[in-house]
Design a protein around this ligand. Sequence first.
Ligand code: SF4
Ligand code: SF4
Length: 93
Amino acid sequence: MPLVIYDYNKCTGDASCADVCPVDILEGSENERWCKPIDDEVENQEAINQYYDKVNDSEEQVDVIIENEMPECVECLSCEAACPHEAISIEPS
Ligand code: SF4
Ligand code: SF4
């Protein structure tokens, strides 16, 4: 299964990654500070927990890297190419 990996020490929340994803599995956070996977699209619950525990409510950079197992990712790498800060990467299945 592909891994969608966010580095929250680099992400600025501009949402370029979510805008280009052809299968719409990424979204901006409610506070518009981050991007994240859509919760229902993530297979490993611990990744969701990690995001809400350490990242969601923060306004500052967070030294956390989260590996999300996302079965619907088609591994097009568009998000990687669109990100201006190398904050998202894909590990193909
Ligand atoms: S494009 Fe990069 S910096 Fe922008 S929200 Fe996505 S991961 Fe974060
Ligand atoms: S690799 Fe493609 S399908 Fe997968 S999250 Fe990135 S933009 Fe979406």
